[in-house]
Write a protein that binds this ligand. Structure first.
Ligand code: GAL
Length: 397
């Protein structure tokens, strides 16, 4: 217990230190590197012999399960967790589900069998993950859903998330603000995976701004008959959103995004090319889609959105190949979930600022703001904040 209280004090100091240090030195904590910035508070973790949660006992305190190593986004989160929890003196392990709910469940069981008190999990599939977290909950583990909500179960204690509706709004607003003059401007819609609750929220956010422009004929949807059929509805039900997403989903997969974009451009006539707008749901898919649009001789110009500020997309933004990204500061999200874990380990109720309904309960949640990044503010948002180092990019002014 002594060790836990000490860990708590150290973790709080460290989280505060990390946040305070955000504007400081260079770092390499994103993209495909697992290295994180080194200016966090120095902590000697092994100061107590109580043994109930030390590395020596072999027991894990905090287990983290992330969806896949194949997207740089989640390697950014992994790096933050290992840094923050390690520095705070918590024994911890990060496991990846590699796109499989079965692997995810096995990962959760493995962590539970190693004695974790807190599970921080970003679900591969929000509904399928219910069984995994119910098993953890039955074993007395506190469950924190990370970034993606787990649906249809009461076994989620807390949720730590970015403002996903604001992500969609930012993407929609960018396309509106940067649309060419005129009417009937071709708009290509793409979405995330239908198994990810966030994909619905992102699309809903974007739709809230794009729908009036589609309804009044400023934009013409080029690749979704479902969206076209629903164009007069300002607010869509989950089922209606599901119909559109089912048609234009990328599954968060670069290859699916690429082949869908190719198929869409093959299917349309010249009237739906020229200067076009593309709702790209995240960075990985936006780069694939951008590459396809860039090589079509009848596409004169395209604007494409993204999110995650992945290193490769930041370079695309600098190079003018991707129009914008949304910076979701994984330092804050990881720090927020660690702060929650600290409260739980200390027998306190974590601070939350909102709730998200997961179809079974209102889950207490902590929400973090997002930052829109274009060529104009790459430096201020991502370099000056210490998230990336300028040397990781070329052509940065
Ligand atoms: C979402 C997440 C995004 C993006 C996407 C694909 O749930 O919020 O940041 O990474 O998954 O993994």
């Amino acid at each position: 217990m002594k060790k836990k209280i000490l860990s708590m004090i150290l973790a709080v100091t460290m989280v505060a230190g990390l946040l305070a240090g955000c504007g400081n030195s260079a770092s390499d904590n994103g993209g495909d590197s697992a290295e994180v910035k080194e200016d966090a508070v120095e902590i000697d973790a092994d100061t107590s012999g109580s043994g109930d949660s030390s590395s020596a006992s072999g027991d894990l305190q905090v287990g983290i399960v992330l969806p896949t190593k194949d997207e740089p986004r989640w390697l950014q989160d992994q790096a933050q967790f290992e840094k923050i929890l390690g520095d705070a003196g918590f024994t911890n392990q990060v496991l990846f589900s590699q796109g499989s709910s079965a692997t995810e469940k096995t990962n959760v069981e493995t962590l539970v069998s190693q004695g974790i008190d807190v599970l921080i999990i970003c679900a591969q599939d929000g509904a399928a993950a219910a069984a995994a977290v119910e098993a953890a909950k039955d074993a007395g583990v506190t469950v924190i859903a990370y970034d993606r909500l787990i649906t249809g179960t009461e076994a989620v204690d807390y949720y730590v998330t970015f403002d996903s509706f604001a992500v969609g709004v930012a993407q929609g607003q960018y396309l509106i603000d940067n649309a060419p003059e005129g009417t009937g401007i071709p708009l290509y819609l793409y979405a995330g995976a239908a198994t990810d609750n966030n994909a619905f929220i992102f699309f809903e956010g974007a739709w809230s701004l794009l729908q009036p422009k589609i309804a009044d004929g400023t934009f013409t949807v080029a690749n979704s008959s479902e969206a076209e059929a629903l164009k007069d509805k300002a607010e869509l039900t989950r089922d209606e959103l599901g119909k559109i997403i089912g048609q234009v989903t990328t599954d968060w997969d670069f290859n699916v995004a690429k082949s869908k974009a190719e198929a869409h451009l093959t299917a349309v006539g010249a009237d739906l090319k020229g200067d076009v707008l593309v709702l790209g749901p995240n960075d990985g898919t936006a780069r694939s889609i951008a590459d396809v649009f860039a090589t079509d001789k009848d596409v004169t110009s395209y604007k494409v959105t993204g999110q995650d500020a992945e290193k490769a997309s930041v370079q695309y933004v600098i190079d003018g190949k991707q129009s914008m990204t949304v910076f979701k500061d994984t330092r804050t999200l990881a720090a927020d979930s660690v702060a929650m874990a600290v409260s739980v380990l200390n027998g306190e109720t974590p601070a939350t600022d909102t709730t998200y309904n997961n179809e079974a309960k209102d889950v207490p949640a902590k929400q973090t703001d997002i930052v829109v990044v274009t060529k104009d503010n790459v430096k201020a948002a991502l370099i000056d904040s210490g998230y990336y180092d300028a040397s990781e990019f070329t052509g940065l002014e």
